[in-house]
Design a protein around this ligand. Structure first.
Ligand SMILES: [Zn+2]
Length: 98
């Protein structure tokens, strides 16, 4: 499990774990992961976490229309696709090793 210590020494696991879980789901389903799937996996704040992955960690995640015709949810629930490539997190790792 990944964890980082904050300034006051507390260990923040939950947010990192959700980032890791979202990335794992996006990588497992390159055709896209419907928001409903994140809700089913107990991540009601998935859209905020995806926003953090994009803005803070530099991942490229695009939103498309849900391609699963059997889903009956509102059309404003997006399906997310991860575009793999160099991102800020990977660059930081390379900097740390160099
Ligand atoms: Zn859907």
């Amino acid at each position: 499990m990944t964890a980082t210590a904050t300034a006051n020494g507390a260990i923040r696991r939950t947010r990192l774990t959700q980032h890791d879980r979202i990335l794992a789901m996006l990588r497992a389903y390159p055709e896209g992961v419907c928001g409903i799937r994140f809700l089913e996996n107990y991540m009601p704040t998935y859209s905020q976490r995806i926003g953090e992955l994009v803005r803070v960690k530099g991942y490229t995640i695009t939103a498309i229309e849900c391609p699963y015709g059997h889903h009956t949810h509102n059309s404003n629930i997006g399906t997310y696709q991860l575009v793999e490539g160099i991102n800020a997190e990977q660059l930081q790792l390379e900097d740390a090793n160099g």
